[in-house]
Ligand binder design. Sequence first.
Ligand code: PEP
Ligand code: MN
Length: 266
Amino acid sequence: SRSFKKTDTIITLANGTVIGADQFVVMAGPCSVESYENTLEIAKSASKSGATILRGGAYKPRTSPYAFQGMGIDGLKILREVADKFNMAVVSEIMSEDLIEAFEPYVDIYQIGTRNMQNYNLLKQLGARTQKPILLKRGMSATIEEWLMSAEYIMASGNENVILCERGIRTFEKYTRNTLDISAVLAIKELSHLPIVIDPSHAAGKYSMIERLSMASQAVGADGIIVEIHPDPEHALSDGAQSLKLEKFDSMMGKLKELSSVLDKK
Ligand code: PEP
Ligand code: MN
């Protein structure tokens, strides 16, 4: 908490990306890693547009056990190989502590998904067994206090490099996939020294809302966003409906840049 640590936590990745200082960091990529070629096309375009971190799921927490479960370790290898071509960092979700050593050479940031925010053994094991940053998504039904306590589990176990991620919470509203709790950013900035990013993709569930929610994320003072993008969303293996086409992502990045110059003058 802020009362314990007065200065903001700033995280610097091997590729030079700094999270939690003044730059607005953009993590982008497919929901799932689908193939080498697809990932290459996405990373090449995303990096040209200004994203410095490549996201992609290799182990997927799917609602149905019959849905695509991810490429596994081959997916992590693809992410690493492709990201290195464009000096991008890699963020990917880990669902089990059994895989920590397997992930270590391939990722720059370990992602904990919404469904595992209160998997305390996973939190403790990651805290103890890696020093790489942990992107901790908010549980879909978690309060801000519960979310911060999960961050404490990681930090108390030995890894203080935690990045929080607001990805929308469950409410009575069904029009959007989840309800983006934009004020959570302000609450976290009051309560915590940790950086926080927003995931507009899983919050909205609709690609048409991503640009404006990303602009709102920047305006509210988030440290960045994590966004799903795909060259052919209709045929994506997961979350196509919320994935931005590469050209749309590029034009969004232009708008975020314009917005940041306006916000800087404030
Ligand atoms: C994802 O990032 O693809 C994902 C599964 O996110 P969440 O855990 O927020 O649902
Ligand atoms: Mn997804």
